[in-house]
Design a protein around this ligand. Sequence first.
Ligand code: GLY
Length: 387
Amino acid sequence: MTRLASGDRAEVLVVGGGIIGLVVAWQTARRGLGVTVLDPAPGGGAAQVAAGMLAPVTELQYGEEPLLRLGMASNERWAAFAAELTGASGGLDTGYRQCGTLAVALDSDDREELRELHAFHRRLGLDSQWLTGREARRLEPMLAPGVRGGLHVTGDHQVDGRRLAAALVRACERAGAVLRRAEAAELLVEDDRATGVRLTDGTALTAGQVVLAAGSRSHLLPGLPPGVLPAIRPVKGQVLRLRVPAAYRPFLSRNVRAVVRGGHIYLVPRADGELVIGATSEEQGHDTTVTAGGVYELLRDAHELVPGITELPLVETGAGLRPGSPDNAPLLGPTALPGLVAATGHYRNGVLLTPVTGDLLAEYLATGDLPELARPFSPHRFTKVPA
Ligand code: GLY
């Protein structure tokens, strides 16, 4: 039975209604706890811009093996999660698409970088197949003749971040979570315990547990005691949206990533004809300006990779902020401040890690036990408090 959060008191108060805050709220409400989500515009945030690649293998970086385990677990969960969410939201589709990913190289240095990534994949036993340029073009005929080869990873898929956010909003409402469209002004702390937040209009919302899921603004919440959370840096990504007219489809059949003279780009083709091209990676604070230079670089590299894109209508440009922790891995679970739980710092992997974040945090909030899979990502790793 779902217990509704009532008035200004909840069992769980989630600060931040992006996809991470929403999935924690939905899964926690399903467990029968009274949940309130606090956000002026629930469902907004980086997922509105993200391309939505589910790419634990093709986005793997050296030294991130613990994150790989979490990412693979979430990737495996995605198909069932998407079906559950569609059911729980009354039929909203998330755009989850099992399409696989092709990662290609344009010059010989780029090919060397991908060969090293392929060798790393092999050492870790990951499913990743090396292709010649001709084999890559056989899979994706729109690729430029100069493509030098690359990797085919059949297990890296995609989802539509906007549809995902909309489905999570609806699922939260249907599960009895209260969506409070307001802004937090201050964390309330009494007797060394987080007890809620004060809103900008002065209202106090109290809760048994407060979940901080405010992306790159998480550590900026006034009232947060020093040292409880590390700085979460905003890493801007500029993204383009093109439309593939019906007569040109399928333009691309799977996610295409590329190393283009050392830079990285990706093209994500949706089933509905949208083609998302991303992304820049810029550390300039909380700035989401779309710049001529950012758009130019994306179009220049995408054109070199897939010359036919110049025929397509460009329908939207945008920029979002990836929340990057000091080690680029998420913060999941209780913090050094009793009553305060973190679900933030997902950096490049917010969409991928949505299912597993919801499962792990709901388990902790309902039982007080943090599952083993989440333990390497405890916020205590930055506060030197024993987990
Ligand atoms: N995961 C894609 C990006 O962060 O650009």
